[in-house]
Design a protein around this ligand. Structure first.
Ligand code: HEM
Length: 226
């Protein structure tokens, strides 16, 4: 039994919490992508947006801490549940039949782990400026942090392009299976809506991955320049 704030959690309760935290994280990823698409409007729009977020430190830090707590809960419960399921079936299946399981569903642990590595790298890179400090503290002509210049500088480096695109592959696979699974765990299964929910995960994942990859590739191919 998983202990949570002094209470024992059943498998179902763990799955519901994993689903709810996953939906919260998916919401963040969609809003983050929409915000970042302002790179196509030029430096003023993206830098103003980034400055707007930082102008409210209490709100920003509350959101950061909440995001961190949700990520911790999501990963902690997922790992715990996976270990418990494995222990409940100590002898693995001799032949694995994957006929109905999609690639995304079979690789959830792998794509989840790659995503964690990607997020740590990404925050150290673009938020903390540890990976490449050369652009991090520059200001634009309006005195805002030049987030646009930093992002454009980043994706002129082929190594960073490959790392970010690999992150998008992991994100796309993880999100496509996780979203549909979460909706089903939360009991939102309905004969008429079943196909819609099953399609929702891959559709949202595709939109997010195409949006993010468009930013990276537009800069890499010189369509967006500083
Ligand atoms: C190509 C895609 C992406 C771009 C261009 C991008 C861009 C950025 C930028 C510029 C920042 C720093 C903002 C600032 O310092 O004001 C940032 C922060 C962040 N990004 Fe991304 N991002 C991308 C994808 C992702 C993905 C896929 C995730 C999560 C799965 C993610 C999670 C985060 C997080 C957690 C932060 C830290 C937010 C904070 O506390 O300030 N990003 N991103």
């Amino acid at each position: 039994m998983i202990r949570f704030f002094g209470h024992n959690l059943t498998s179902l309760a763990s799955k519901v919490l994993i689903a709810l935290s996953g939906l919260g994280l998916a919401g963040f990823v969609v809003f983050h992508m929409l915000g970042n698409l302002q790179v196509f409007q030029g430096p003023e729009a993206l830098n103003r947006y980034a400055a707007f977020l930082r102008e409210m430190p209490i709100l920003l830090w509350s959101a950061r801490l909440m995001l961190l707590a949700i990520v911790g809960l999501h990963i902690g419960l997922s790992v715990h549940l996976a270990i418990r399921n494995r222990r409940a079936r100590p002898v693995g299946y001799v032949v694995r039949h994957y006929r109905r399981a999609s690639l995304a569903s079979r690789t959830m642990a792998l794509t989840g782990s790659v995503l964690v590595l990607f997020i740590v790298f990404h925050v150290l890179h673009l938020t903390a400026g540890w990976i490449d400090p050369s652009f991090h503290n520059r200001l634009d002509i309006r005195g805002h942090r030049d987030v646009f210049g930093n992002v454009v500088h980043a994706f002129q480096n082929p190594m960073l392009v490959v790392i970010y695109l690999a992150g998008q592959v992991a994100l796309g696979l993880h999100l496509s299976h996780a979203l549909s699974g979460s909706l089903q765990t939360l009991g939102m299964e309905h004969p008429m809506l079943d196909r819609l929910f099953r399609g929702a995960g891959p559709l949202v994942a595709l939109v997010v991955v195409v949006g993010n990859a468009a930013i990276v590739l537009a800069i890499a191919f010189g369509l967006v320049r500083a």
